[in-house]
Design a protein around this ligand. Structure first.
Ligand SMILES: Cc1cc2nc3c(=O)[nH]c(=O)nc-3n(C[C@H](O)[C@H](O)[C@H](O)COP(=O)(O)OP(=O)(O)OC[C@H]3O[C@@H](n4cnc5c(N)ncnc54)[C@H](O)[C@@H]3O)c2cc1C
Length: 293
């Protein structure tokens, strides 16, 4: 296969994804592209599509478990597609913008729900794709539209309807989100936002190992009212280790990298947790973290 010149630069740029993921594991992709605009992103997607090169999208790398060794295909990192456009009734944000920046701005700008999402790391594109959130608020509370690029490289804009986003799921699989539009609501005063932010942040600090290397919650909660963390804790698995990967002693649904863990360690630990919970509580835990194998 004869590859266009840009693939050479993308090959040079490719570095181990352990450096770009919060869990700190993962090998080197064959090609790493870093477009600075939606149009540049679309061009790269079209080029990869033409050449039959599969594409994956990297946001902040905060919910990813990437395999060790070489990762086939191209990775498009969105972190250079940034920026805010502030309008009276809405805010348009680039997909590569850090979500914590948006959460802080949401207090002043009156974006519903988002002030309840402190301590959720990652990019705006990543949180939209995952419909990230928690007990105090979520992306779905305020998202009204998404711009992106299809798998074939066409730019699109799509309104988001109620019900489009589910629990840690969105209808954007296969596309690359390049921007998101959130509504503003005058009922969300700065005082209301700041109070919710503080309440949510206090809860996060008390319950989650925020400074450890992790990918956040490993498993989805199996059903309403059933917490994966509680099931893992009740199975007595806090502190269980494989290599340098450990079930957090603070929050059992977090697997932390104690330093030097490999993807293989983390996968082995995940399997041990799933087996133990199935055996002891009869529940199948499904991964929330996205696996690149
Ligand atoms: C300490 C800690 C606490 C956390 N707390 C929470 C929490 O309270 N609630 C919660 O929901 N999550 C939480 N997370 C998980 C994580 O922050 C979210 O899942 C977030 O959405 C990940 O965004 P990201 O940009 O890092 O995505 P990535 O990890 O880069 O990618 C995750 C998935 O999204 C896809 N993706 C990323 N960007 C795009 C894009 N632009 N277009 C299309 N697909 C894309 C990727 O291909 C991948 O499949 C936590 C993580 C950590 C480390």
């Amino acid at each position: 296969m004869v590859l266009p010149h840009d693939f050479d630069a993308a090959h040079e740029r490719a570095e181990g994804l352990a450096r770009r993921t919060s869990l700190g594991v993962g090998g080197r992709p064959r090609w790493l592209f870093e477009p600075t605009s939606a149009e540049a992103c679309a061009e790269i997607v079209r080029m990869c599509h033409r050449e039959g090169v599969p594409v994956r999208v990297l946001g902040g790398g905060c919910n990813l478990l990437v395999r060790d060794g070489t990762l086939e295909g191209a990775v498009i990192a969105t972190r250079q597609i940034r920026g805010f456009e502030i309008h009276p009734d809405r805010v348009v944000v680039g997909a590569g913008q850090g979500f914590p920046d948006l959460v802080r701005k949401a207090i002043e700008l009156g974006i519903p729900g988002l002030p309840g999402c402190p301590g959720i790391p990652g990019s705006v594109g990543g949180v939209v794709f995952m419909n990230a959130g928690g007990r105090f608020g979520s992306v779905a509370d305020a998202l009204i539209a998404v711009t992106g690029v299809t798998a074939e490289g066409a730019c699109f804009e799509r309104a988001v309807e109620p019900g489009d986003l589910g629990y840690r799921s969105s209808p954007f699989a296969g596309s690359i989100i390049t921007g998101a539009v959130f509504r503003r609501d005058p009922a969300w005063t700065a005082e209301r936002g700041a109070a919710l932010f503080r309440q949510a942040m206090d809860w996060k600090r008390e319950t989650q190992p925020l400074s450890a290397r992790s990918a956040g919650c490993m498993f989805k909660n199996p059903s309403r009212g059933h917490s994966a963390g509680r099931l893992i804790e009740e199975a007595g698995l806090k502190g269980l280790m494989v290599g340098k990967a450990m079930v957090s002693t603070r929050h059992a649904n977090f697997i932390v990298n104690l330093g030097g863990a490999t993807a293989e360690d983390v996968h082995a630990l995940i399997a041990r947790v799933q087996d133990a919970v199935r055996e002891r509580q009869g529940v199948d835990l499904e991964l929330e973290v996205q696996v690149w194998s």
